[in-house]
Write a protein that binds this ligand. Sequence first.
Ligand SMILES: [Zn+2]
Length: 258
Amino acid sequence: MTAERAYKNITAQTLDLLREAIVHAEYQPGHKLRIDQLAKSLSVSIGAVREALSRLTAEGLVVAEPNKGFIVAPISRRDLEDLTAVRVEVESTCLEQAIEHGDVDWEGRILSSHHKLRALGNAYMQPGTDAARQWHELHETFHDVLASACPNTWWLWLRRRLYVQSERYRRISGPIDGTQRDIVAEHEAIANAALARDAVAARKAMTMHLARTTEIILSSDFLSEENEDKQSGGAIPRVIERASIPRMTEIIQRREAR
Ligand SMILES: [Zn+2]
C-alpha cells in the first residue's frame, strides 16, 4: 500500500468514527472538538482529524466557529422541524421516482427487507438489546431499498445527508415512545403502496411516517428550552416556545390542502 493510500484510509476511518460518535451523541451538541485531543485519543495524525472535521462541516454535523475551532452542530426544535419538512419532500420524491423506475428486483428487495423488519415488530422499544440494534439496521436497509431505484443520484445524495441528520435527533432523544404509534402498520402502508406502484399513496404514507417520528420527538422534553441553553459553543440554536410549534401532521395537512 502506498503512503498516500494509507493516509486516505486513515482519514476515511477517522471520518467514520467521528461521524458515528456525533450521530450517537457520544459528543453532545455544542461540544468543542479539540483537534489535538482527538488525534491523541484516536491515535491518528492532526492532519487526518482536521480533514475529517472539514468533511463533517460540509455534512452539517460540525460547525467551524471563527477563532474558536470546531464544535458539534447544535440542535433545536426549530431545526428539527425544518429538517423534517425538507426530508419529507426528499424521501417522497426519491420514492416516487423509484416507483416509476424500479424493476422486479427492486420489488423483491422491498418484500425481503420489509419481511425481516416486520418480523422484529417493535424491537426498537428495547434500547440496548441485540434485537433493537438489529431493528435499527433493518429499518435503515428498508428505507434505503425503497429509495434505491431512484435514478437521480443527487436526490439520493441529499437523502443520505438528511437521513444522518434525522438519525442524530432520534438517537439523542433516546428511545421513542412506540406506544403512540403502530410503526409496523406504517411501514406496511409504505411497502404496499410502493409495490402497488401507487405514488400518491406512497407519498402520503411516507409523509405521515416521518412526521409522526418528529412529532413524538418534539413532544418529549429533551429539546426543552432549558436543555438547549445547556449546549455550549456559540452557535445558539433558535429556541421556540413549545406552544408555538404546530404539530407536524398539521403542517403537512395544511400543505396538502393548499
Ligand atoms: Zn421507518
